[in-house]
Design a protein around this ligand. Structure first.
Ligand SMILES: Nc1ncnc2c1ncn2[C@@H]1O[C@H](COP(=O)(O)OP(=O)(O)OP(=O)(O)O)[C@@H](O)[C@H]1O
Ligand SMILES: [Mg+2]
Length: 456
């Protein structure tokens, strides 16, 4: 049987791409999903008994977009679709599974599956962990090409990792070898590439032009440098990264941590006498026991560096059922005494926004030394929580640790009169603190006692 399909130049590049991982990404309406479905059809016909998996993050999205599109594109004479198993079968034995991964654990539905090609539509809706797990399902004893082919708009929770993996790692439209040895290509998509839409619906461009600036850049121009949903759009490398300098000994220095077995994030922050803050060192590592974490933090703090306080979130004070001890007390046994910060997320993020905000004539209060790579990478990658829009999304989880540690510091500074004062690890006052105290008025003395705790 014969059928005729026309494709755009960019869709042809996507279909012809033979790299292990391919990303077709950019403007809304560039023809990405259509390109995916034509490619699915051609692969199925070219390789009899081949297996493909087509994914969207949720079933509703899958049903409305790709399943509908496939039913209109795939010739009925050779294709049948089972709507309860969401599997399509071709006469030559090839099959296409349509799937979704609404939760992080949904990937395990594919635990024992094998596919020649996995296709992600709207890849930035997926987390990196989901993607990495699923690419292990691309395998098989036949000689057919094995590929992961994705399409997406910029934005969404996965924006940062997708950008890092495909957009920043190589030249646009050119095949490149990733550090892990996988061959990849990023094919940028623009609305102008898709004459079927621009001619069929000339008003579509006007509707995109009317969008707010950030959405317009992402959806009309397919711009990866700006995206919808960024929690800290005010963060700019050229504004917030400071040229490193030697921190004067007299400046007050803090450590602030977020700790879990999955990842320790520790930031060292210095405060200038004028109230400027510099994140001057960081240490982020996974799978560290409490003793190893404490050791690593102490090793990275030179002996001559006096740390005023090490801040930690309240959950480190919950008692373990097995030992009856708290993580904070275990850290203390290994030589680090914590001061408890607040875990009020929204207030913490707002306090952090306050620290990094700036105006034309006013530099931000908080800056980062360039070697603090994880916090510099993660802060702009945080997205707004879809349900509680005043909060950050907690996914992808791996980017939250360093920002959580910084949030603890921000709220500690914004709220010197902590309600948790009684749980603050008591420390003797330093010489600076006594000096502040003796030169203060009676009113200020009261404030300082609240801020520093009763003198020891
Ligand atoms: N080769 C083609 N032939 C005919 N119509 C096409 C072709 N490519 C795309 N279109 C049509 O153009 C429109 C946009 O295409 P598509 O949905 O694939 O874009 P997209 O890049 O996936 O958009 P979004 O970013 O919104 O998901 C659709 O109506 C689609 O049917
Ligand atoms: Mg699409």
């Amino acid at each position: 049987m014969k059928f005729k399909l026309s494709v755009t130049q960019k869709q042809k590049s996507f279909i012809d791409a033979n790299e292990s991982e391919v990303l077709f990404g950019g403007a809304a309406g560039g023809g990405k999903s259509y390109g995916q479905m034509v490619d699915t059809l051609l692969f199925a016909l070219k390789y009899p008994r081949s297996k493909q998996l087509v994914l969207r993050r949720t079933f509703a999205e899958l049903d409305k977009s790709l399943i509908r599109l496939s039913l209109s594109l795939f010739p009925k004479e050779i294709y049948t679709f089972n709507s309860s198993s969401h599997t399509g079968k071709f006469k030559n034995g090839s099959c296409v599974d349509f799937g979704y991964c609404a939760t992080e654990n949904d990937v395990y539905q594919y635990q024992s599956a094998e596919y020649d090609v996995i296709r992600f539509d709207e890849l930035t809706h997926f987390t990196e962990a989901q993607y990495i797990y699923l690419i292990s399902r691309v395998r098989g004893a036949n000689a057919y090409p094995k590929q992961i082919k994705s399409s997406t708009n910029p934005g969404g929770i996965g924006h940062a990792w997708v950008k890092r993996r495909f957009v920043d790692a190589g030249q646009r439209g050119k095949s490149f070898l990733g550090e892990d040895g996988m061959r990849r290509i990023f094919i940028p998509s623009r609305l102008d590439d898709n004459r079927f839409l621009t001619q069929g619906d000339p008003k579509y461009r006007e509707r995109l032009l009317a969008l707010p600036e950030r959405e317009k850049k992402a959806l009309l121009y397919g711009d990866w440098d700006i995206f919808e949903g960024q929690y800290f759009p005010e963060f700019k490398r050229d504004v917030h990264i400071a040229a490193p300098f030697e921190i004067p000994r007299s400046w007050r220095k803090f450590r602030t941590i977020d700790y879990g077995l999955d990842r320790l994030a520790c930031l060292w922050i210095a405060v200038s006498p004028e109230g400027r803050f510099f994140v001057y060192r960081e240490y982020c590592e996974s799978n560290l026991s409490i003793s190893a974490a404490a050791k690593a933090i102490l090793e990275r703090t030179p002996e001559c560096e006096e740390i005023y306080a090490t801040l930690a979130p309240p959950d480190l004070w919950s008692r373990s059922q097995e030992t009856g001890k708290t993580k904070a007390s275990l850290f203390s046994e290994y030589g680090i005494n914590f001061t408890k910060t607040s875990n009020e997320r929204e207030a913490g993020w707002l306090a952090l926004k306050e620290l990094i905000s700036y105006e034309k004539e006013r530099a931000p209060k908080l800056k980062f030394f360039p070697q603090c790579e994880e916090i510099i990478k993660c802060l702009p990658a945080l997205t707004i929580d879809k349900i509680k829009t005043s909060d950050c999304a907690t996914e992808p989880h791996e980017i939250t640790h360093a920002p959580d540690a910084l949030r603890g510091f921000a709220i500690f500074y914004a709220r010197p009169e902590r309600e948790t004062k009684d749980e603050k690890v008591k420390m003797p006052w330093s010489q600076d603190m006594w000096e502040d105290y003796f030169s203060a008025s009676e009113e200020e003395k009261k404030y300082l006692k609240r801020k520093y705790g009763e003198p020891l």
